[in-house]
Ligand binder design. Sequence first.
Ligand code: HXC
Length: 262
Amino acid sequence: MSYETLLTEVIGAGERRTGVIRLNRPKQLNALNDTLMDELGVALKAFDADDAIGCIVLTGGDKAFAAGADISVLARFDFARAYQMDLITRNWEQLRYVRKPVIAAVAGFALGGGCELVMMCDIVIAADNARFGQPEIKLGLIPGAGGTQRLPRAVGKAKAMDLVLTGRMMDAAEAERSGLVARVVPADKLMEEALGAAAAICDLSAVSVLANKECVNRAFETGLSDGVHFERRMFHAMFSTEDKNEGTSAFLEKRKPVFKHR
Ligand code: HXC
């Protein structure tokens, strides 16, 4: 499948491989327009549905992961049109419904909608030149793809207010300190690190991977008692899988497990 605004490829040698999606509007610093968001939804859905894919890596270019929604498009919207076409909801949220892990590999600017996309991913690995921010306030706007909700959950209210109300950027080191990103690596090692993490996930039991992701996401959607209850029931359910028998046996027999993803 070929896209106008994305490059996709499958990487890896194992039974389950990594689907890589690269945002590709470099002249506009990967500004996110309707075509790109439509295509991203299609690409994510295709990898998620493919049994040969164990993990997805979402990345951009060296200078920008994405510098936000395309401001030239936003400039033309009025309320009635945005509301009637359900701007954002219509095609920005496919990432929320992807069940396999999505690793964001971020170099350069991840601003506005770009930062919001990053926050919809499961693991964020940043190059040391990455810069994050929600500068919508400088355009007389507010974040529209979950930024005011996911940022405080990721970095706490104090830092989120600072970023959203001033529109300033934070660098990779601050983002890691604050809990927005999981790892910071030298820019030239970004893809190696992200693909290494993805390959490790591809080797695990696909059933267990899905369950782990779903349980962690529950922590953001529910209270502690309900979340722990959900985890407990999922934990019990894992005892029905062949992969749990294989994983525990392999450990006891001091050998590498061979998961069958069931
Ligand atoms: C459209 C953009 C763009 C954007 C950059 N460009 N960001 N076009 N929408 N978000 C274009 C520039 O117009 C320019 O085009 C080219 O990309 C290179 O950008 P420069 O500004 O020349 O680069 P630089 O000086 O290095 O500055 C980089 C930057 C700056 C700091 C990232 O471009 C910037 O501030 N961009 C806007 C960031 C922003 O406000 N994002 C939030 C958008 S609102 P030309 O043709 O001149 O070469 C948003 C709402 C989300 O995301 C809500 C959900 C949808």
